[in-house]
Structure formats: structure tokens, C-alpha cells
Write a protein that binds this ligand. Structure first.
Ligand code: CDP
Ligand code: MG
Length: 872
């Protein structure tokens, strides 16, 4: 600790201050390459594992002797007491061989990019290098951001374990939880968490290093953080408190960062870590894949397990439900019992023998598939001609594979699920060796693609799909679609098979389909609405968002749509002259409050309005329920067995009964699906939020726990803004009164103002496709109330919706009814009382001249005629 203070003293000199930031970075690089020789001599100062003596002495005198050429690293060495096993495991990681190069680059440059295959040790080792080199001493924490919660939690646990340090020192913080303490020196967090911290402390003064991990994922917040940090780093430099920025990526495609002169004036050095990657033979399916890729995965795993030598299997599927369903099927097929004794092992193998009986026979010598009972579609292990087919023969014809195969086929399969919402202790299981005498099979979503490396995987089964949320950037209409992955993703997935020995990747699609894949997935920021991001940026006083150094900028349309929405919500001040000030509106006081709530701006507006009538607890619950997605179990899913089909049917009946109960009677019902959410959370909490209650009533237990956590968090956020509100989290709420429900409906309308829809009247029906349809502000097409909505049969004249999702039709979800006369009172920005401005004629409104909108907005587009209302 004492050493640290000397380290920080020398630091201001570390990078001489200059008024010209841009020049500075160039100088810095030059200076560092000049001092590289020096640094080499002082190399011992870079913490090599196991070194006991802090050999830091050479750098300190150098700092004093020549301040302008000061060494660029803290003059300390912090030893770490690792267990011999850990030390041995670490030494196998490719990044260990590069420690010196990595540390020199970091010591001598403000910004460094590290590229290395997944599994090369970037996430777990770089923070340790930095710690040993003294970057984490008190007053100078190391922050690491991850786009995925699962990675933040799991990596902090892993690093703590490797370093033999407590979770008080190596901690994590994600949206819902964390274990950060005053002693925390290495902090893993999601990128959103760091963005919030920047709002509180723009210079991030408590950090000495920020590592942006998984930058290749191009998540929206990661991109924005890189943009912000490109400015924060020079500012910290100027202040004499240098901050190091390390960007880590699994791919070499980093030009968006390095060649972007708006971002970094000098090209940051890129360190390539060569991973020991074994060859992976890729096998394509000959046939274009079936819809039932999950079933196809099942068959493929069965065959691998039965016929191929030992080695873990990793299956990529698209979603949690699919993962569980495949796990169940596999466990049933290859039961594994804990405490396997010789006795019940026979039992299990008997079961399996029966099962195997139905599988096709494969002649291992020349490896031709002889489908027995699965017809023409069975092309397993077939490879496309252009896909290294010959390797496969070789591999399977391997001398010892016969033996392996035999022993393997009598093995139980140790099946583990892996997806982001899985509880951490269950996630941790995939890193442990499977029980002796079993084969590991991990069924994962694409969290296993780059964020986590599972040891011992030899076979990858890649369905080629990923579940993604697609948004219309302007209207915000979203749909979850299962789409093809990019070529880069496919290659990442294949790479998972070659970490420890040569492996195989079975792609359930043809090579022709693969050639049609996008090369890379587009950055998230170009794919989704950006209003939440813009609000966060405005809260950082970045008014001219358009000038922000985005690694890849969002489209101006998306920016304009976001700004317009934020103005309508009152979060931004309306510009005096609309056009002149376009895309540079400052934030309003309301906007600042809204930005403190960790939810989307529309929901934040609802929270900001709910002080009245004691509605806050209810709004907090509704907002939490809307934010935590998929509260209700998916009961329409295809069943695996007849038994399951019958069970699902029973559940659907039960659920629709419960839905009616939760929606309440009479006026309560008008809050519609949001009342159902409120009722469901309320009922669940009264029942103690047990898995049993959730299971019986079609609720997702995990989602309910998350709602509970978010309620707690929002309550704290509200209390901090509104210090006299004195809210406390009482999970058990009394049902709201009728008056409160009316008020809640108004709050919802105020927040979802641009999501108003009006039922198309009989006389307006253009054609049949408009029957029971609604007209919304943003879409030309008819939209409908989703059949799962409690208002599906009610068809109120005006509704607001949470979102529109596109399946067979455009469906509104999360619908509640609103009274027409509330609209001009609550949403004046959308209304115009006077002559229509020069906008195109409304589609359905004959136009009375009484109410029009001054910009394309709700009432204008829905062609709403105002009933006689007094508005002053
Ligand atoms: O970040 P990168 O993908 O380069 O590698 P990493 O996540 O640092 O992983 C390095 C090694 O640590 C891998 O071989 C992982 O399997 C292992 N690891 C582990 O055993 N347990 C964890 N909880 C995390 C990583
Ligand atoms: Mg990593």
C-alpha cells in the first residue's frame, strides 16, 4: 500500500501534459517506443507470476532523473499468492506468453487493443497482469466491462479464485446485483453499469484502467463507452491522472476502432495474441436445414455420443426454452445418475441400448452413412465436398477410435444447460470436469460463442441460428426472430471445438447457405432504436449527439426519431427554431430525473409522474414487469411428447382463467394487460413467490425474481430523486383502488404517448384486412390486439400498447384502454389545435379543422377527431 503512493506520485509525470490532446497521443506513442529499450531492462518490474521480489526499483529513479521520459508504468509490483494448480493452468494460456508485450504496450500507451481467440486468456489474465503491475492499488481500481451479465459474474468469480482473493476485492456489478465493496480493486461490470457511473463521475476518477472486453460483440453500450473513453482518456491525461484504456476483442476486425480518426487521433497499438488453436474439421449438412433444428441437434448429439471418441459436446441453440427442452430429451435418452454405482450404471446402459437400437448403423471404415429408419433427411456426418470431407474419414478411421467408441457408447451423458439467465452457480458447473465415466454435453445459447470458454469441448453442433430482437429503427416495432448467424459467428462457434485438441464442428446447414451468411453481424447500435442511449448521452451534456465519435454511428433517421420521442416525453427541451437546432436539444429537468432510472425513457416518464395518488408502488411494479421480458411462460410452444402437450393444454386453460382474475372486474379491466401483470406480480408475492406458484400459474419463476429485484432497485432510484417519498419495498401490495387504476391508465398513456392506436371504424374499412384492426401513429399497416391480450375481445376504441411485435400479423402487446378525452390533455405535443400545417392529408380523417397535429404524430396519423373538449 505504501508503494502505491509512490506509484501515484510518479504518475503525473508519466505522460507529460500538453494542451494539444491530439498531438499528445502521437507524442506518447513515439516517446514510448523510444523508451522501449529502457522498459526491457526494467522488465522484471512487470509482474511475472511467482516472482516474489518486487523488482520495481529501476523505474522509480528513472522517473526522477528524466521526467519527460518517465517510465509509463506504476513503480510497484503486487505479488499474488496463487495455488500451484491455478498457476499451472494459467501457464497453459496463450496470453501468458505475451505478458511482457502486453504490459509494455499498456505501460507505454494510453490506449491499447488486444485481439486474441476466445479462450486465449484475455478476460481472466489481463486484469491479473495489471493487478500485479500495481494498477489496482487503492485509489486506482481496474474496471472491466462485459456486454453480458453472465460473463461479468462468472469472470469475477474466476479471477478471484485464480488470484486467491476474496470477492470483496475482485467483485462484480450488474444491473440487478453486485458484491462491490470499499476494498474492490478489480471490478467486472456490464457495460451499462459503467455508462451510469460516467454519468455520476465523468472522469471515472476511481479507476486507473478501464478494460472494454468483448468489443467485437459491438453491443450498443460498448460502442458508446469506447466513444466516451476516447475523450475521457485525454482529459484524465491533462489532469495528470492518466487513465489506461484497453479494448479487447476476439476477432481481428478492429478497423472501426483503429482507423477511425474521429475516435482516436493516433492509431492505438494492436497486440495479437496467437492462441493455440487446434484444427477443427467442419462438416456441413448436405441438405438445407429443417425447421426442426432442435430435433436435428438431438439426433446429431446422439450420434456423436454413440459413435465418436471421447470429448465434450457443445450444442448451440437459440433460446432458453429450446435449451431446456433439448437437455430434457438428452437426459432422458442417456440418463446420468448422481453417485453412479456399478449397479445402476448397468441400468442406464440398458436403457441406452434400447435407444441405440433405433439409430442408423454407420460403417466407420469408409464412413458412409446408411440411414436405416430416418429416411432421406438423415445426412448426419455427411460433409459437403468443399468442406474438408476427407479429414473426417481419417479421423473416424483412427486406430484407437474403435475402442473409444465402445467405451464411450456405454457412457452416460452429463448434460448441462448454459444461457445468460441461468443462476451463476449452475453456470459454474460447465467449467468443472464432468463426473468420471461420463461425457460432457453443454447445450447453450450463443453466450458460449465468445464470452465463456468451456474446457474439453471436442465436438460442436451448430444449428446456425441465433435468436435476435429486430427493431424497426423508426417505429420501434420489434420482433424476435431466429435468423442465420454471420460467418464470423459460425467460425467462432466452430473454434470452440479446437481448444484442447483437434475437433469437429457439425453445422446443420449446407455450405451454400453458409456462403450466403453475412460476413459479420452489424453493430447493435445500427439495429435498434436509440432513445435510451440518446437520453443517457444528453444527461452527460452531450447535446450535439450527431458529432459524437461513435465507432459506427446510428443512422440520422434513428437519431431524429429518438430526439423527437424524447421531446414529446418532455425529456428534452424543445428547440426554439425546430430545424436549426435539430439533433442538438438540451436535456430538461424532467429528462435528468428520467435518466436516473435504469429503464427505457417511456417507462422513466411513467415513474416520474407517479407520485400522485400513491401510485408509485404500482407504477414501479408495472414498469418492472414491462422491463423484465417474458413474464409468462410460453404455453404455445411445440410439445416434445403427448404427455407434455396435454400438460400444456391444461396450463393454457388455467392461465386464461388466472388472466381474467388478475385483470380484475369492470373499470379495473381497462388497464388491460398491464393490470394482468400487476395482478400476477401481486398474487405471486402474496404466495411468497415460490417456484410452485409460478409453475402452477404459468409464470416464469426467474422473471418474477427479476421483477422483485428491479422493483427494489427502482424504489431506491425513486427515493434518491424524491427524497421525501420515503418509499420502501414491500413486495406485497394491496390491489389498487378504482381511482388509482384510472390514474395508472393516464400515467401509462403519458409514457406511451406515441403508442396510441385507434380502432378502425366500420365506415372506414378499406378492405377485409382492416377488420378489427387498429390504426397507429407510426405504421401504415393494420395492427391488431394480440390474441393473448385480455382486451382481445373487448376492442376498446383507443388503446396504448407496450410494443408491436410482428408474427403472422402486426400485433400489439401489453395493451390498455384509454379514454379519448385524455389524449389532448396529457399529450399536447402530439396535438395541434388550429389549422393543419403543410403536412399530407390524414388518411382517415375527413378533417374538421378542430384537431390536427403539427408534425407526423399520433392523432394526425390515426385520423382522430376530437370529441368536444375544452382545452385552454
Ligand atoms: O477472454 P478469453 O476468451 O481470451 O479467455 P478467458 O475467458 O480468460 O479464459 C481463459 C481460460 O480460463 C479458458 O480456458 C477457460 O476455460 C478458463 N476458465 C475457467 O476455467 N473457468 C471460468 N470460470 C472462466 C474461465
Ligand atoms: Mg473473454
Amino acid at each position: 500500500k505504501r508503494r502505491h503512493s509512490s506509484g501515484s506520485e510518479s504518475e503525473p509525470e508519466e505522460e507529460p501534459s500538453s494542451s494539444e490532446e491530439e498531438e499528445e497521443q502521437t507524442q506518447d506513442t513515439e516517446k514510448c517506443s523510444a523508451s522501449a529499450g529502457n522498459a526491457e531492462k526494467a522488465e522484471g518490474g512487470v509482474g511475472k507470476a511467482g516472482a516474489e521480489q518486487p523488482p520495481a526499483a529501476p523505474s522509480a529513479p528513472a522517473a526522477q532523473a528524466a521526467p519527460s521520459r518517465a517510465p509509463c508504468k506504476p513503480a510497484v509490483f503486487v505479488p499474488v499468492d496463487r495455488s500451484p494448480e491455478m498457476q499451472e493452468a494459467r501457464l497453459k494460456l496463450p496470453i501468458l506468453a505475451e505478458e511482457q508485450v502486453v504490459m509494455e504496450a499498456i505501460n507505454e500507451n494510453p490506449i491499447v487493443i488486444i485481439c486474441g481467440e476466445t479462450g486465449s486468456g484475455k478476460t481472466t489474465q489481463v486484469p491479473q497482469f495489471l493487478y500485479e503491475a500495481g494498477y489496482a492499488s487503492p485509489g486506482g481500481a481496474i474496471g472491466i466491462t462485459e456486454p453480458r451479465r453472465v460473463a461479468a459474474v462468472s469472470m469475477s468469480q474466476r479471477v478471484a479464485k485464480e488470484m486467491n482473493l476474496s470477492h470483496r476485492v475482485v467483485s462484480y456489478q450488474i444491473r440487478y446485483e453486485g458484491n462491490v465493496t470499499d476494498e474492490t480493486q478489480i471490478k467486472f461490470m456490464t457495460d451499462g453499469v459503467l455508462l451510469k457511473e460516467i454519468q455520476k463521475d465523468f472522469l471515472l476518477s476511481k479507476y486507473r484502467v478501464i478494460i472494454i472486453d468483448e468489443a467485437h460483440e459491438r453491443s450498443m453500450y460498448t460502442d458508446i463507452l469506447i466513444g466516451l473513453l476516447s475523450r475521457i482518456v485525454p482529459l484524465r491525461h491533462k489532469k495528470g491522472l492518466p487513465l489506461k484504456l484497453i479494448i479487447m476483442s476476439a476477432t481481428l476486425r478492429v478497423e472501426d476502432f483503429t482507423d477511425n480518426t474521429r475516435l482516436f487521433s493516433a492509431k492505438p497499438p494492436v497486440i495479437q495474441v496467437d492462441a493455440r488453436q487446434f484444427p477443427v474439421t467442419v462438416h456441413f449438412n448436405k441438405k438445407t436445414p429443417l425447421d426442426d433444428y432442435s430435433g436435428e441437434c438431438f439426433r446429431k448429439v446422439c450420434k456423436i455420443h454413440r459413435m465418436l471418441p471421447a470429448g465434450g459436446i457443445l450444442v448451440f441453440l437459440t433460446g432458453q426454452a429450446e435449451v431446456h427442452s433439448l437437455c430434457r430429451r438428452l437426459r432422458k435418452a442417456f440418463p446420468y445418475q448422481k453417485n453412479n454405482t456399478a449397479g445402476n450404471a448397468t441400468e442406464t446402459s440398458d436403457l441406452k441400448l434400447q435407444f441405440y437400437h433405433t439409430l442408423p448403423k454407420i460403417d466407420l471404415n469408409n464412413y458412409s452413412v446408411v440411414p436405416v429408419d430416418e429416411g432421406d433427411e438423415d445426412r448426419d456426418f455427411d460433409s459437403d465436398d468443399d468442406a474438408a470431407g476427407s479429414d473426417l474419414d481419417l479421423d473416424l478411421g483412427d486406430g484407437d477410435s474403435e475402442e473409444d467408441e465402445k467405451s464411450d457408447s456405454s457412457l452416460p451423458l452429463y448434460v448441462l444447460p448454459l444461457y445468460s439467465l441461468l443462476a451463476p452457480e449452475k453456470q459454474e458447473k460447465v467449467f468443472r470436469a464432468p463426473p468420471p465415466g461420463t461425457r460432457l454435453c453443454v447445450v447453450a445459447t450463443n453466450v458460449a460463442e465468445t464470452s465463456l470458454t468451456i474446457p474439453g469441448i471436442k465436438y460442436v453442433v451448430d444449428c446456425g441460428k441465433v435468436k435476435q430482437r429486430f427493431y424497426d429503427r423508426i417505429t420501434g416495432v420489434s420482433s424476435f426472430r431466429v435468423t442465420w448467424i454471420s460467418q464470423a459467428s459460425a467460425n467462432q462457434r466452430a473454434g470452440r471445438a479446437g481448444r484442447t485438441e483437434p475437433g469437429h464442428c457439425y453445422r446443420l446447414y449446407s455450405s451454400a447457405v453458409f456462403m450466403d451468411f453475412e460476413k459479420f453481424s452489424a453493430p447493435e447500435i445500427t439495429k435498434r432504436p436509440v432513445e435510451d442511449l440518446i437520453l443517457q448521452m444528453k444527461a452527460l451534456n452531450i447535446e450535439k449527439v450527431i458529432n459524437f465519435p461513435f465507432p459506427t454511428p446510428p443512422s440520422t433517421d434513428a437519431l431524429a426519431a429518438a430526439e423527437e420521442l424524447l421531446i414529446a416525453l418532455g425529456a428534452l427541451k424543445e428547440p426554439p427554431q425546430q430545424l436549426a437546432a435539430k439533433l442538438s436539444c438540451p436535456i430538461s429537468a424532467l429528462g435528468r430525473v428520467m435518466a436516473t432510472f435504469p429503464v427505457a425513457p417511456r417507462y422513466a416518464k411513467m415513474l416520474a409522474l407517479s407520485r400522485q395518488h400513491n401510485c408509485l408502488p404500482y407504477t414501479i411494479t408495472i414498469v418492472s414487469a414491462m422491463t423484465v421480458r417474458e413474464l409468462f411462460e410460453e404455453l404455445d410452444r411445440p410439445a416434445v411428447s403427448e404427455e407434455e402437450a396435454a400438460q400444456l393444454k391444461r396450463k393454457r386453460v388455467r392461465f386464461s382463467q388466472m388472466q381474467k382474475v388478475w385483470a380484475g372486474q369492470g373499470p379495473m379491466q381497462k388497464l388491460g394487460d398491464l393490470m394482468v401483470m400487476l395482478g400476477a406480480v401481486g398474487a405471486c408475492e402474496y404466495a411468497g413467490c415460490t417456484p410452485k406458484f409460478c409453475e402452477e400459474n404459468g409464470l416464469r419463476y426467474k422473471a418474477m425474481l427479476e421483477v422483485r429485484r428491479l422493483r427494489g432497485q427502482l424504489t431506491t432510484a425513486v427515493n434518491s430523486v424524491c427524497t421525501d417519498a420515503g418509499l420502501y419495498v414491500d413486495p406485497k401490495m394491496k390491489p389498487p383502488t378504482e381511482a388509482q387504476v384510472t390514474f395508472l391508465r393516464q400515467i401509462v398513456l403519458a409514457g406511451l404517448g406515441d403508442h396510441v392506436a385507434r380502432r378502425v371504424q366500420a365506415e372506414e374499412l378499406l378492405d377485409d384486412k382492416w377488420k378489427n384492426a387498429y390504426k397507429t401513429a407510426l405504421l401504415e399497416d393494420p395492427v391488431f390486439i394480440h390474441p393473448s391480450s385480455v382486451l382481445f375481445r373487448e376492442l376498446p376504441e383507443f388503446v396504448v400498447y407496450q410494443e408491436i411485435v410482428e408474427t403472422t400479423k402486426l400485433y400489439m402487446k401489453g395493451v390498455s384502454a384509454v379514454e379519448p378525452e385524455w389524449i389532448p390533455a396529457l399529450l399536447p405535443p402530439y396535438c395541434h389545435f388550429g389549422k393543419p400545417l403543410e403536412s399530407p392529408a390524414p388518411s382517415y380523417c375527413p378533417g374538421t379543422g378542430r384537431v390536427r397535429c403539427h408534425r407526423p404524430s399520433v392523432f394526425y396519423r390515426v385520423g382522430w377527431q376530437l370529441p368536444a373538449v375544452e382545452v385552454d
